[in-house]
Design a protein around this ligand. Structure first.
Ligand SMILES: [Fe+2]
Length: 302
């Protein structure tokens, strides 16, 4: 069973600059470095982000990384649902890991529960609790959402639009207390990684981080607001590699939160779905993109 959406592996043109961004503005700490890869964590899990130095100056998604209590069983199911088997890989912080490729060249890394690191709070601005979710753009969201259901055993949370033709759809892991979404799928012209998100303890921590980030040339892409779908307070910023990162807090936990009443379809006309406080999705937010690198074509393992 997939128990958690744990991190992503992102190839970046300037590894040191990206590490600096995620340390200064998100609050991640480098756990270890291996070759051209850096493993960064929020608190106790071995990592909540893997950054890899790019050899061709591009920012690209290598893999979406899932924690599993049965790696072999989850890989088998993904392959039965149409994913391509790319075999086992070595991942720091995990005993076993396996990579498959979903339609559209999307790399999925399924690994065992990450090792835990002794956590010591750092002075200054707050560290996030953990990785929250990724948002993938695709021309056919309903199809990709169905793959996450059939291939990874995830469950639908909400849709904006309709389940057959959503603007956005969200999915959660099949465990009690799972975040309302570990996976979000957005309708876009081509396949892309749209954004990733980290979950903080409270809104003040995000306000403090936004105050620290914003200056005469750095502003929020969108926010702050409160998503109706998932219930979280959000602020979106862009990192030095062009990756958009959402700082969030207060997301519904499935089965443990009175706000959760099962999957809902939100009308495209219902402003509250994207922001209960009234803002609309900015064009700049919709336009964000990071290319997806088919893992079968990658030059090196993550
Ligand atoms: Fe998000």
């Amino acid at each position: 069973m997939i128990t958690r959406v744990a991190s992503i592996t992102l190839e970046v043109p300037d590894l040191e600059a990206s590490i600096g961004f995620f340390a200064d503005h998100i609050g991640l700490t480098v756990t270890e470095r291996r070759g051209s890869s850096a493993y960064l964590r929020a608190r106790a899990s071995h990592h909540d982000l893997v950054l890899v130095a790019s050899e061709d100056e591009r920012t690209v998604l290598q893999t979406l990384n899932f924690e599993s209590d049965d790696v072999t069983g989850d890989v088998d199911r993904a392959i039965r649902a149409g994913a391509r088997d790319l075999g086992t890989v070595e991942v720091a912080g995990a005993d076993t890991a396996h990579i498959v490729e979903a339609a559209g060249g999307i790399g999925l890394l399924i690994h065992s529960t990450l090792h835990q690191i002794e956590h010591a709070p750092t002075p200054g601005l707050a560290q996030p609790e953990h990785f929250s979710h990724f948002n993938l753009g695709t021309p056919d969201p309903a199809r990709l959402i169905q793959f996450f259901v059939d291939g990874l055993g995830m469950r639908n949370s909400d849709w904006i639009g309709s389940p057959e033709d959503p603007l956005i759809g969200w999915l959660h892991c099949p465990v009690d207390g799972a975040l309302h979404h570990g996976v979000a799928v957005l309708k876009t012209e081509d396949t892309r990684l749209h954004h990733i998100s980290y979950e903080y303890d409270n809104a003040q921590e995000i306000v403090d981080r936004v105050d620290n980030f914003v200056d005469e040339s750095h502003f929020l892409v969108w926010g702050m607001g409160r998503h109706g779908t998932g219930g979280s307070i959000f602020a979106y910023i862009e990192d030095v590699s062009g990756m958009m990162v959402e700082l969030g807090t207060g997301m519904i936990r499935i089965g443990q939160d009175p706000r959760w009443n099962g999957p809902q379809v939100w009308s495209l006309d219902d402003q509250r779905g994207v922001d209960e406080w009234g803002s609309s999705i900015p064009e700049a937010w919709m336009a964000k993109r990071v290319d997806v690198a088919a893992p079968s074509a990658l030059r090196k393992a993550p």
